[in-house]
Design a binder for this molecule. Sequence first.
Ligand code: GDP
Length: 296
Amino acid sequence: MAFEGLSERLQSVMQKLRGKGKVTENDVKEAMREVRLALLEADVNFKVVKQFVSRVRERAVGQEVLKSLTPGQQVIKVVDEELTRLMGGEQSELVQAKRPPTIVMMVGLQGAGKTTTTGKLANHLLKQNHRPLLAAADVYRPAAIRQLQVLGEQLKVPVFSLGENADPVQIAKQALVQVNDEDCDYLLVDTAGRLHIDESMMDELKRMKEVIQPDEILLVVDAMTGQDAVNVAENFNRELGLTGVVLTKLDGDTRGGAALSVKAVTDCPIKFVGMGEKMDALEPFYPKRMSSRILG
Ligand code: GDP
């Protein structure tokens, strides 16, 4: 399971509180000290941890007494609510344009899982009876175009490509014509990443945004990179204005730092999480369920 490290730590803190018929200010303080350490160890952003702990402490100490819960359970409820809030509160769905096609730009650094996630998202849309077209605009990573074509064949979804020597912006522009010709209602553009954030990548993405006017710009980041993922998200958001984040490789993420920090730091909601390499391993992100899972 994702986050088992963090989960174990928090569950042991909650366990101590659970049975308590009386919770003193000191108990809360002690519990919050442990929560703070657990979150920092999970690579949650330092400022986010600070705010989180002070909010919980304030609410847990000053809270009204609910007859149905023991004082210990009430503190746990506050932690649960605040964790949910931290991860975005309500679920945030994929945008659907009022008039089709809905245009989605998939952006991110090489290796984050962008191409795989583009396939997974197409699969997700197929299940909802949508008709996605994939555009192969990742012309820099060797074999990225072929990889998308293979996924397209597997899913029986059309893939638009102009080969590796074409300009990504042109590819996206022409794909926009193709999406109408093919009678598709979603266009997913697999854009070109780089190993690191650089100006030429951002310029290219900005030009593409300008030309195709996407309804959604989804950043694909690797959850296992923790605070690096958050920094990447901050950067892309500042340059491009993201509408959402997809956290990949959550299946291998024992810590959870990115999942717990991205929304608070960038204000961009996590829309999906990747839970494996297969095409069906993409899940909508439900902050409330995730919090329950972490707290056990
Ligand atoms: P890109 O360079 O961003 O397009 O990256 P790819 O889509 O080629 O993915 C890089 C590697 O990560 C591949 O081996 C994928 O199978 C793997 N990958 C992508 N998403 C996930 C995920 O959610 N979980 C796991 N375990 N692996 C993933």
